[in-house]
Write a new protein. Structure first.
Ligand SMILES: Cc1ncc(C[n+]2csc(CCOP(=O)(O)OP(=O)(O)O)c2C)c(N)n1
Ligand code: SF4
Ligand SMILES: [Mg+2]
Lengths: 278, 381
């Protein structure tokens, strides 16, 4: 435990005002921890690491970590990340977005980032809710769930992030949960060490804005729910009755070069031809 | 085009849009992201052809204008000189990102080739309806620089100037063209590297642990290192302290907001660019910009032939509004005409400066047609 704490401190900013903005029992701190442990495990120099975050509770991760950090506009983290990665391909660019950020206002950017296969790792922090604005329904709010803007229960279906990223052409697609922190670390590291666009959906509880309104009595109950629900993909696929279960693990892995690599190859080919043409 | 050809070629027959692209490349632009829209698309197409031949040049067609603005902000944070080009509908979409660039003091060049009308309007006709939007389109108090160009040569020059000022003052710069200027083809001289000034942003010289990204400095423009060069800091659209971290402490909020304005205010004399044409002795003045300034140039000459002491002040800088230059002429002229292809957007500024000094007349054309020299002549002679 002491070791873990020490490691975290090595990557937290000392000049940033603490404490964290997150509520007690929030899972976002575990996502932050996983990010830091993954960067450490992959031995990425702090100077090479760029974290681009959207707007929302999850986006606040960026301010605390001692990397190059950009807190973008709501939904647009991937657009800035695309610019940074194309401008400086040697940098390791990772985005942190909430479910509303990534899938609602930023949904168009997400599918196009996946289609272009830009060399960015995208963490989608899915807490089923607009946390920061105080508990309105999001594109991942489960059908029938109660939020401030679905007081009679959510009338709309929710997105499956994994299937959407797969269909859009992402190189890698993963799902993990903050209850399964060790497994999550593995997935984040795997996503960060591969070319092209790799997305990790991270299921995390928001007791404050989602749990309380949906019959969870404490954050602990929400973690318990994650424990009971999240099932390794291999096990999930063999289940006869899949009700109340969600698969986690590795869903897609292709090895196509990232967009920035394709551009570099194109420029090299032009240079080899003598740079002619106007 | 090869490096050899480039050195030799000094004259070219270009569209205004092509001249903007040429100017951007001469200014050191290595990154363009955009989304097709009439009447700006030629800028994007030239960049798509040329940038792959530029060292580390990147051209991207994005999924929309919000993404285009986002990509150039990212590229600029990574140290590139970056540009996008659009027209009204796309410019509206970009506004939140432009405000973010103002707040984070990220140099950018955004070209808006104005079409006629509001909404989808008149895609292939000229207009000047986005002037006040260019100044105030993004929400919240923020300083910004807005330039215009009236002919093909100016398109090239103002593109270079736009990059220089974006870098010098760490700010987005909007370059407003209208459809006529953008789609006029003229023969112009292409300056050779070294024949014009190229400015780049100030880089920090202190060690990273001393660096404060939003520090108070004498000029008000803190140095800006590219991401990934050892200066790790936080960039946010939230109101921030000198280290870049979110703050709501009244003293810090006030300080950062005032510095952002001051960095532009203090250098009005440098930023406010105007052209004087026969104004030394004039008593009848036309104030114009964009293609209208071109019509006015001819109208003023014709008025002189008819015995009227007419002059033209053509505005290359629209914002910060060149108040001192305008005010000086208002004091000596008995009539001032402001012709515009809108319902009166720069004339508002002129009237604000005037406050009773002289007579201001407006000439507004909003039918998607050019303001002709004879229309202007009729008003002044
Ligand atoms: C353009 C724009 N619209 C709305 C908002 C207000 N807003 C801030 S955060 C947020 C939603 C956050 O939800 P999510 O992305 O799921 O993040 P969470 O807080 O749950 O981590 C919204 C709508 C904004 N900042 N910008
Ligand atoms: S509102 Fe929810 S997501 Fe936001 S910090 Fe609190 S628990 Fe976490
Ligand atoms: Mg959320």
């Amino acid at each position: 435990m002491a070791e873990v704490t020490q490691l975290i401190h090595q990557y937290l900013r000392h000049n940033k005002k603490f404490p964290l903005v997150f509520c007690p029992g929030c899972g976002i701190g575990i996502v932050l921890g996983s990010l830091v442990r993954s960067v450490h495990a992959l031995d990425i120099p702090k100077d090479d690491m760029v974290v681009v975050a959207g707007i929302g509770c999850s986006g606040r991760i960026a301010a605390y970590v001692d990397f190059n950090t950009v807190h973008a506009t709501h939904g647009r983290a991937l657009t800035l990340a695309t610019g940074i990665k194309m401008a400086s391909p040697h940098l390791r660019v990772l985005t942190v977005m909430g479910d509303g950020d990534a899938l609602s206002i930023g949904g168009n950017h997400l599918i196009h980032a996946a289609r272009r296969n830009i060399g960015v790792t995208a963490l989608v922090v899915n807490n089923f809710i607009y946390g920061m604005t105080g508990g309105q329904c999001s594109p991942t709010t489960p059908f029938g769930s109660y939020t401030h803007t679905s007081p009679q229960g959510q009338m709309e279906k929710s997105f499956d992030v994994v299937e959407m990223a797969r269909a859009a052409g992402a190189n890698g697609v993963y799902r993990g949960s903050v209850f399964h922190a060790k497994a999550l670390d593995g997935l984040v590291q795997r996503a960060m060490s591969r070319p092209g666009f790799n997305l990790v959906e991270v299921m995390t509880p928001c007791f404050t804005q989602y749990g309380r309104g949906n019959r969870f009595r404490s954050p602990v109950e929400m973690f318990q729910w994650l424990k009971d629900t999240m099932t390794p993909r291999e096990v999930y696929e063999k289940l006869e009755d899949k009700t109340g279960k969600l698969p986690m693990g590795v869903f897609v892995e292709h090895d196509e070069p990232g967009l920035e690599q394709r551009h570099a190859a194109m420029r090299q080919a032009l240079a080899d031809k003598g740079g002619a043409g106007s | 085009m090869s490096a050899m050809q480039r050195k030799k070629r000094t004259e070219a027959f270009l569209l205004g849009n092509e001249a903007v692209a040429e100017g951007a490349l001469l200014a050191g632009c290595t990154f363009f992201a955009g989304y097709p829209i009439t009447p700006s698309t030629e800028i994007m197409e030239v960049m798509a052809r040329r940038l792959p031949h530029v060292e580390n040049g990147v051209f991207l067609q994005m999924e929309d204008e919000i993404a285009s603005a986002g990509a150039i902000i990212g590229a600029s944070l990574a140290g590139r000189k970056a540009m996008t080009a659009t027209s009204g509908p796309g410019f509206s979409l970009m506004q939140e990102q432009i405000g973010y660039a103002c707040m984070t003091e990220t140099p950018l060049v955004i070209v808006n080739v104005m079409r006629g009308g509001s909404s989808t309007g008149l895609p292939t006709s000229p207009g000047q309806g986005d002037v006040q939007q260019a100044r105030w389109g993004a929400h919240g108090d923020h300083p910004i620089i807005v330039f215009s160009a009236s002919d093909v040569r100016e398109c090239l020059e103002m593109a270079i100037t736009a990059f220089n000022y974006a870098e010098k003052y760490r700010t987005p710069v909007i370059l407003l063209l209208d459809e006529i200027t953008a789609h006029t083809r003229e023969k112009i001289e292409i300056p050779r590297p070294g024949e014009f000034e190229v400015l780049s942003r100030l880089l920090p010289t202190m060690p990273p642990e001393w660096y404060k990204p939003y520090e108070e400095t004498v000029r008000g423009v803190p140095p800006m290192p590219p991401i990934g060069t050892g200066y790790r800091f936080h960039v946010t659209g939230l109101t921030h302290d000198p280290l870049g971290f979110p703050t709501s402490r009244p003293d810090e909020v006030k300080a950062v907001t005032e510095r952002m304005f001051r960095k532009i205010d203090r250098f009005f004399h440098d930023i406010q660019i105007v052209d004087h044409d026969l104004t030394e002795d004039c008593d009848t003045l036309v104030i114009a910009y964009g293609s209208v300034a071109r019509s006015a140039r001819l109208a003023v000459r014709q008025a002189r032939e008819a015995g009227v002491k007419a002059g033209l002040l053509s505005l290359k800088t629209l914002f910060p509004f060149p108040r001192p230059q305008v005010e000086k002429l208002l004091r000596t002229c008995k009539l001032v005409l402001v012709p515009e292809m809108n319902m009166g957007q720069i004339s508002r500024e002129v009237k604000r400066v005037n406050s009773g000094i002289t007579t201001i007349r407006t000439l507004n054309r909003v039918d998607g047609q050019i303001i002709t020299p004879s229309q202007i002549l009729k008003e002044i002679a």
